[in-house]
Structure formats: structure tokens, C-alpha cells
Design a protein around this ligand. Structure first.
Ligand code: BES
Ligand code: ZN
Ligand code: ZN
Length: 500
């Protein structure tokens, strides 16, 4: 996709389509919308009067201009109630319009940073949001059919019209941030959408190495011998039922060499989760190819961090393996020795994510992480609590929790905090080991977090359970069916804010 910044009025631009905004209950058309209406001999105001254009969020109405404007079409995009407008709603609406534009063969699209977009953020943020909306909105997984699909199908260029007061430099910053963030999100989505026979543990480790090379980030891949030597018993136990050897990827971005603080990102990298010997039901098991979405989010975020180069140190740790079924698989009741030294009784072989994360967070701490965020498709329970709308977050320190909430809000990702009362720890008590990985029914998402917390200790930490948000059941707003890249933008914004 090509991006251009222009100072020409929207109504004078040559393009296949220009987008103009219309709010719900808007009384009068203003600015370029009023000008387009005048040139189109009041077709827009008539459609408003007739109730066909209502301004509902993401409502798209397309008018052909037949030579009355330089652009071939005017796309009237509803933005909902003006009081409810925020960056997230702007992204949603523009993404829907961009998908529609692409589907009808529009190659060049133009849109303006107009004065009616009154939101919490400046013009640079708006330019960034436009780019994200178009790039994330138009993503689709290419797949493996003989005629390999290419996306977007038609749309090639977006012109963003800005006012006099926005400098070239400011506009360039917005464009760059938008492109870097969208690229990271879509890269994660590609990895997550890949089937597990293509995207196995070795391939996963390989993409981390590729990101490291591209961005000048140090990457180390621990192989099974290393994991044995280090005593990563929890990761190895989960991996032992698979023919694919486990890996642990470590990435180090040192943007603040004078600082001893290291922000540690730990992502669950289960490339397929059958449930193990306590096998999952047949229906929907294929979705478990996406059980590495947390790990993908971390590696993709490192790609963007390596491009934006914030003044902060970030350590990424991604434990990777498959959770398969075989004669060599681990069993419920097994006791395993984790990297931290704590012993774990296996209560359930399908609660494998927290096991590999136990070694992941303990290793990140050992390598010097002073602050931790882990991200994982960890529990079905978080879906019962929050559906597919918000990521569940849990933590052990208020400042860190607030920081993650703020980063998520700025990134346009929804998170909701769940309680971490100490009473929940009772559920994980084992009679024969230091802890067990599953404690029966109730508060499953919190149990998962409580288990990880046992390996985090007092280090400020936030856990992000993206089981509900990592994928989408149908095309909706910013996303299409399939992987969403949940958490990628939050992790990037968190690191960038820590470094400024
Ligand atoms: N990968 C799953 C969680 C999951 C469920 C992710 C649905 C995405 C969609 C995880 O490993 C799992 O199986 N969790 C179990 C834990 C239970 C056995 C304690 C769960 O949540 O049911
Ligand atoms: Zn599982
Ligand atoms: Zn899992």
C-alpha cells in the first residue's frame, strides 16, 4: 500500500473514491462534505432527508460523481454519535469503508484529517489511526489454494489530506508509526493463521531469528539440550508427547544501555494444543493452531520496537512446543521440576500454557527482567467472563496494571481487569508438590494467572489472557475472520511509553 500526504482539498483530488464523514443526528454538512454535496447538486442532503444516510457507525453509502467532482466516487462514511467518537471507532469505521472500497475495485482512495474529528489525540495520531485502519482492515490470510490469493485485491494507494498546520515531518511520523504497527499486527496474524503442520516449533523460532536480523535485535534459540541442561522441566514435560523438539526463544532489544531496567515480555508459544492425554473435544480443535498467539504477539511487537527504537530495554522470552498425545506424553498426577526449582503436580494436561509460561517467566527473571508482562491464549474461562470483546488482565502491582491499561487504551485494544484475591491460591495447593497446575472448576482465568504468579514472585507483572480476543469469528470492524493480532499494539505502545 502506498501512502501520500496531500494539501489539496478533498473535493479537488483525482481518485477512485474520496471518503467524507457523517455523524448520527448531524444537522448540517460542513467543510468538504458540504462542498461535495454542493457539487453533487445536494444528493447527499437529500439522502439524509430521506433517511437513507443516517450516520450509524461504519455505515457506508457510495455515490458516483459522473464528472461533477474530480474523484469518481464519494463514500459517505457514518461515524455514529459525535460525543462517542474516539480513535477506536474511527479505525473501525474506516476499516469497514476500506474493505468495501477494495471489494468494488477502488484502487486509489482519499481521506481527510478534517476538523470535525474531535477526539482525544492530535493530527499525527489521526494519521496513524487512518493508516492502521486501512492496513489492518484490509488484511486477509493468503492461504494455500492453487490460485494464491493476494490482498488487498484492488486498493493500492491512500491519500491523506491534511491542513496547513500539519508539518511534513509530523505527517511522516504518523505514517511511519501507522505502517510499523500495522505491519507487526498483520505479521502476527499471518503466523497465527498458518496451520500447525507449516508453523511448527522450528518455523516459529526461525521467524524470531528473521525479525532479529531485520531489526538488529539479538536473538538466541535454546534447543532441547540447552533446555535439559538448564532444567526447564515444565516446558519439556509439555513437549515430551510431541515429535517436535521444544525451543525457547530469547530476544534482547537494548535501547537504554545505561539503565538496569528490563521490560520482560513472555508469550505462550504452543503451536498446537490437543489438550494432551486429557484430550479436547473434536469440535473446534483446529482452532488450537492459534495457541501460539501470545508468542506471536511478543515477536511481532519486538519487530516494531526494533523499527521504532524507543529508549527502553526489552527482553522477550517465548517458550515454544506442541501439546500432543502419544505414549511419551505427560500424564495427570505427574510431578515435574520447573526451572524455578518449584515442583509442579500436573492436575490437567490441557493446562499446558501456564506450565511453559512458568519456565518462561522464571527464565526472564533469571536473565534480568525487572518488569514482566506475559501474554497467552490461556483459558476458556476468560471467554466465559469477557467474550471476544476484551482481553482479561491480572497482575500483582497497581502501577504496572495501570500502565498496561493506559497502553491498551492508547493502542485501541480493550482490556478488563479480573481480581487476584489470595483466596484463589487455595485452589492450586498440591498434597505432593509445591503447586498444581489446575484446581477444579471456578475462576479458571484467575487460577491460570495465580499459577503464573507463583513463578513471578514480587517482580511487577501483568498477565494478559487473550484466549477470547486472539481471533474473530466473522469480519467485524477492524478485523476479518481469523487471527486479530491481539496484544501486539498494546505491547508496542507500552514499550514506547516506557522509553519516552
Ligand atoms: N489453549 C487453551 C485455552 C483456550 C481455549 C484458548 C479456547 C483459546 C480458545 C488452554 O491451554 C486450555 O486448554 N485451558 C483449559 C485449562 C483447564 C484444563 C484448566 C481451559 O481453559 O479450559
Ligand atoms: Zn490446553
Ligand atoms: Zn493451550
Amino acid at each position: 500500500m502506498q501512502f501520500r500526504i496531500s494539501r489539496e482539498p478533498l473535493t479537488e483530488l483525482t481518485a477512485d473514491g474520496i471518503i467524507i464523514f457523517y455523524f448520527k443526528n448531524q444537522r448540517k454538512l460542513t467543510g468538504s462534505a458540504a462542498e461535495a454535496d454542493r457539487l453533487l447538486e445536494h444528493q447527499i442532503s437529500r439522502l439524509v432527508a430521506e433517511g437513507e444516510v443516517r450516520g450509524e457507525l461504519a455505515e457506508v453509502t457510495i455515490l458516483h460523481t459522473w464528472g461533477k467532482l474530480a474523484a469518481k466516487r464519494v463514500i459517505i462514511l457514518g461515524l455514529g454519535e459525535s460525543e462517542k467518537l474516539n480513535m477506536d471507532r474511527i479505525r473501525k469505521a474506516i476499516a469497514v469503508a476500506a474493505r468495501k472500497a477494495d471489494s468494488i475495485g477502488i484502487k486509489e482512495l482519499a481521506i481527510g484529517v478534517t476538523s470535525d474529528l474531535r477526539v482525544n489525540g492530535n493530527e499525527v495520531d489521526l494519521i496513524q489511526a487512518f493508516v492502521e485502519a486501512v492496513c489492518i482492515g484490509l488484511y486477509r490470510f493468503a492461504g494455500y489454494q492453487k490460485e494464491r490469493a493476494v490482498y488487498p485485491k484492488h486498493l493500492q494507494a491512500l491519500t491523506i489530506v491534511v491542513g496547513e498546520h500539519i508539518s511534513e515531518e509530523a505527517a511522516a511520523v504518523g505514517l511511519e508509526r501507522g505502517e510499523v504497527l500495522s505491519h507487526a499486527v498483520n505479521m502476527a496474524r499471518d503466523w497465527i493463521n498458518e496451520p500447525a503442520n507449516k508453523f511448527h516449533p522450528s518455523r516459529f523460532a526461525e521467524v524470531a531469528v528473521e525479525v532479529g536480523k531485520r531489526r538488529g535485535i539479538q536473538v538466541e534459540v535454546l534447543e532441547e539440550e540447552d533446555l535439559k541442561r538448564l532444567g526447564m522441566g515444565a516446558l519439556l514435560a509439555v513437549a515430551q508427547g510431541s515429535d517436535q523438539p521444544a525451543k525457547m526463544v530469547v530476544m534482547r532489544y537494548q535501547g537504554a544501555p545505561e539503565s538496569t531496567e528490563w521490560l520482560g515480555y513472555v508469550g505462550k508459544g504452543i503451536t498446537f494444543d490437543t489438550g494432551g492425554i486429557q484430550v479436547k473435544p473434536d469440535k473446534g480443535m483446529g482452532e488450537m493452531k492459534g495457541d501460539m498467539a501470545g508468542g506471536a504477539a511478543v515477536i511481532a511487537a519486538m519487530d516494531a520496537i526494533g523499527a521504532l527504537r524507543p529508549h527502553v530495554n526489552v527482553l522477550a522470552v517465548i517458550p515454544i512446543c506442541e501439546n500432543m498425545i502419544s505414549g511419551s506424553g505427560y500424564r495427570p498426577s505427574d510431578v515435574i521440576e520447573s526451572f524455578s526449582g518449584k515442583t509442579i503436580e500436573v492436575g490437567h494436561t490441557d493446562a499446558e500454557g501456564r506450565l511453559i509460561l512458568a519456565d518462561g517467566v522464571a527464565y526472564a527473571k533469571y536473565l534480568g527482567a525487572t518488569h514482566l508482562v506475559d501474554i497467552a491464549t490461556l483459558t476458556g474461562s476468560v471467554i466465559s467472563a469477557l467474550g471476544h470483546v476484551a482481553t482479561g488482565i491480572m497482575g500483582n502491582e497497581e502501577t504496572m496494571i495501570q500502565e498496561v491499561k493506559k497502553a491498551a487504551e492508547l493502542a485501541g485494544e480493550k482490556v478488563w481487569e479480573l481480581p487476584m484475591f489470595e483466596e484463589y491460591e487455595e485452589l492450586l495447593k498440591s498434597e505432593i508438590a509445591d503447586i498444581k497446575n489446575e484446581g477444579g472448576s471456578g475462576a479458571g482465568a484467575v487460577q491460570g494467572a495465580k499459577f503464573i504468579q507463583a513463578f513471578v514472585g514480587d517482580t511487577p507483572w501483568v498477565h494478559m489472557d487473550i484466549a477470547g480476543t486472539a481471533d474473530c469469528q466473522k469480519d467485524d470492524g477492524l478485523y476479518c475472520k481469523g487471527a486479530t493480532g491481539a496484544g501486539v499494539r498494546t505491547l508496542i505502545v507500552l514499550a514506547v511509553r516506557r522509553g519516552s
